[in-house]
Write a protein that binds this ligand. Structure first.
Ligand SMILES: Cc1ncc(C[n+]2csc(CCOP(=O)(O)OP(=O)(O)O)c2C)c(N)n1
Ligand SMILES: [Mg+2]
Length: 732
């Protein structure tokens, strides 16, 4: 709603010549309306009828100028929390805004889940934004990459039954631009520079708009920004169009954005528009700027208030009389008041709906549709050559690589990128060299087969990798990215936790980013030490919205990766480095349709006395312990490989524990606060009556993994550690 209404307020601006009086009035109307909605919200907040308020006051001119240079529903928008005037000018209505402020079920941006001004509109291509400053810039970059890819490969946009594509409408324009904005304080974030890096390098049509009001809450610009002027700091990025503009002047702002848009639409690269605004109010209603700004400074800013300036201009140029301006302002106030009144009566969200859209409502990865048969057992396939191929028994590394080849052949929406994952970035030398294909060679041959547009190296930058994947994902693409080592996933944690996993829930199902992140994980490497041995899967199973998979053998890795790629949720796919080329768990190539549903544990050794719940590298170690328990102590252990950690197969655990009445949960990760704690707690809670002994856990010592093998062996759980737990528990 409201798209046409708001846009029709402003006649199309011309690229040359001054704005007509009619256009100036229409711009002023939008600026005033934005301020009136802010003022109305402030009133409601003071009456405790809404619960948060942050305003666009002082930024309206820059934002209206930006919006009028672009096309809603055609171009793409990744705004930040201050962009009320931008969104009004794009077509979000005061009613939409008030519904979000009260948290109504009819809040089209989030259904009562997000604070006010956390924009989202599918019809307008405004992508759901979070409170985290700057994360949206990398989404914008990925979105622009996806738009370019789709316009070059329109066949990739086709809807296809049988996987996530059935539920993802894909549109692209060819000359679309992607807008993203942030405050000057947020330019201190690394992700700001990461986004400029890729936009510049790939000449992407992204417009970065810095709304510079001189403060990040109470911190003045000179404290966080060397030299105090962001335009000077970014000036040497190649391929950019740069503009620095008086953001309190809507006409100057509009002109700056028109030039930026022209540069981007023509494919010449990104643009950077730095607008100097004022912050007419405090940072938010939770802040009082009289505590840290002088009166003189605040008064000087008040004189530069874009509304005050525009009002004076309209009077000076005799475009409107005082009475006409008063009428216009009254009308805007009335519109805001009416929107508020309407919102007060709106129905509230139902508590029964809270968990809706945490995961895809369309495609359940535990579904039997993913339980496909091995169709080509023993035959070669995928893309990898080698000894394993001849023997028919292939390693986990081989079968992950084979799955990537198969899926990329099947699905033109898949792109693969990460650090060092290409065969060779300088593709012309591939006639001469074999190519790298990942530090563990898991992506070997993909670039050679599918080309550098679909398989490419990223900068050494984990947040960049995941942030761009969010942008690709919201456009309906399927990024299958690699984080080189689990130990270095932490720079991407912000994107994974606050963005990737949350996109669907926070937008009430309007947007989603079902990317796959493949990550080599774990220790037992002899010398892997602190930074090449880490586990920590429970940190990710604690994130609602993220699926977590951890296979223990080649066949499972192949079938689970296929499900991960075809499913409609974001998936963290953990690959144990020690298992990549183990003799244990090799398998024949199962064919290009082999898939395994999530949440489907496997009994890898049946037994009657003790249930041993485990996964990953502890599966072969648990099997060794179970064999010795049988041989040396006559104890029959049932070993259950969970295979996926979220979702996990509670039924399989419960069935086994009911049979054995004794249970150990074993994992490589540290014992305290680990994945096993949750499983143990649930067993104690729900299966207490069936237990003959306490639930036991086995895990690493509560420390990082040391370099010296003597220490590494002591820190990580060994088959002997597990055997001891088995024997102890049997005699309890
Ligand atoms: C990553 C992150 N850190 C801290 C915050 C808390 N916070 C919200 S707004 C803000 C200041 C932002 O200043 P600036 O980028 O200049 O934008 P402005 O609000 O002035 O428009 C801070 C620190 C946040 N939202 N996200
Ligand atoms: Mg600021």
């Amino acid at each position: 709603m409201g798209v046409a209404a708001s846009r029709s307020r402003v006649p199309e601006p011309a690229l040359t010549g001054g704005l007509t009086p009619q256009q100036l009035v229409a711009i002023y109307r939008l600026m005033v309306l934005s301020r009136c909605v802010d003022d109305r919200e402030i009133l409601l907040k003071r009456q405790q009828k809404i619960f948060f308020q942050i305003s666009a006051a002082g930024h309206e001119a820059l934002q209206v100028g930006a919006a009028l240079a672009m096309r809603p529903g055609y171009d793409w928008f990744f705004p930040y929390y201050r962009d009320r005037a931008l969104c009004l000018a794009l077509g979000v209505t005061p009613a939409d805004m008030m519904l979000q402020a009260v948290g109504a079920v009819t809040d089209t941006a989030s259904g009562g889940r997000q604070m006010p001004t956390h924009w989202s509109s599918r019809p307008l291509n405004i992508v759901s934004t979070s409170s985290s400053t700057t994360t949206q810039l990398l989404h914008a970059v990925g979105c622009a990459e996806a738009g370019r890819y789709l316009s070059r490969h329109p066949e990739a946009a086709a809807r296809t039954e049988g996987d996530y594509r059935a539920f993802r409408d894909v549109t692209f324009q060819g000359d679309e631009v992607v807008f993203t904005s942030l405050g000057e304080g947020s330019t201190s974030q690394g992700e700001f520079w990461e986004a400029l890096n890729t936009a510049s390098n790939k000449k992407l049509p992204v417009i970065f708009c810095v709304e510079d009001n001189g403060y990040a809450i109470s911190v003045p610009v000179e404290v966080s920004m060397p030299g105090g002027n962001i335009s000077k700091l970014v000036a040497n990025f190649p391929n950019f169009h740069f503009a620095e503009v008086d953001g309190t002047d809507p006409e100057a702002s509009l002109r700056a954005f028109e030039a930026a848009v022209a540069h981007c639409r023509a494919g010449r690269g990104p643009a950077f528009v730095h607008g100097h605004c004022v912050r007419a109010y405090s940072h938010s209603l939770s802040d009082d700027d009289r505590l840290y700004r002088s009166n003189a400074e605040r008064e000087a800013d008040a004189l530069r208030d874009p509304l005050v300036k525009m009002r004076l201009r309209l009077l000076r140029e005799k475009i409107l009389t005082e009475d006409e301006i008063n009428d216009l302002e009254k009308q805007a106030d009335h519109e805001a008041a009416e929107a508020a009144e309407h919102a007060m009566e709106a129905p509230l969200p139902a508590v029964e709906e809270i968990t809706r859209h945490v995961y895809s409502e369309d495609l359940d990865p535990t579904s039997r549709i993913f339980a496909t048969e091995q169709v080509q057992a023993g035959k070669t396939g995928g893309g990898m050559a080698g000894d394993a191929k001849e023997s028919g028994q292939r390693t986990m590394a081989d079968l992950i690589n084979a799955c990537l080849h198969d899926e990329m052949r099947r699905d033109p929406r898949i792109v693969v990128y990460g650090e060092d994952i290409a065969d060779a970035s300088r593709e012309e030398i591939l006639v001469e060299v074999k190519g790298k294909g990942g530090v563990f060679k898991l992506t070997a041959g993909l670039q050679t087969e599918f080309g550098s547009e679909r398989v490419f190296n990223s900068p050494l930058c984990e947040a960049n990798i995941v942030g761009r994947a969010v942008g690709y994902g919201i456009r309906g693409m399927k990024p299958v990215v690699e984080i080189q080592f689990f130990d270095y996933i932490w720079p991407a944690m912000h994107q994974i936790h606050n963005e990737l996993a949350l996109m669907r829930w926070r937008s009430n199902g309007a947007w989603a980013a079902p990317a796959v992140i493949r990550v080599p994980i774990g220790g037992y490497l002899t010398g892997g030490a602190i930074y090449h041995s880490q586990s920590g899967e429970c940190i990710f199973t604690h994130i609602p919205g993220l699926r977590v998979v951890f296979p223990s053998n080649a066949l499972d890795a192949n079938g689970l990766l296929r499900t991960a790629i075809r499913c409609d949720d974001p998936v963290l796919f953990l690959e144990h480095k020690r298992l990549y080329r183990e003799t244990y768990g090799r398998a024949a190539y199962p064919g290009p349709e082999f898939a395994i549903p999530f949440g489907n544990a496997k009994i890898v050794r049946p037994g009657a006395h003790i249930t041993l719940v485990t996964y990953g590298a502890l599966v072969p170690r648990s099997l060794q312990a179970a064999e010795r328990a049988h041989r040396e102590h006559n104890i029959d252990v049932e070993v259950l490989d969970l295979r996926t950690l979220n979702p996990y197969d509670w039924e399989a655990i419960a069935t086994s524990v009911r049979k054995t009445s004794r249970v150990i949960v074993a994992h490589e990760d540290m014992l305290s606060w680990g994945y096993g704690a949750e499983i143990a707690a649930r067993i104690a809670d729900e299966l207490f009556d069936t237990l003959d002994a306490p639930v036991r856990r086995v895990g690493a010592m509560d420390t990082f993994v040391a370099y010296q093998p003597v220490l590494e062996d002591a820190i990580l759980p060994q088959p002997e550690t597990i055997l001891k737990a088995i024997v102890d528990l049997r005699s309890y």
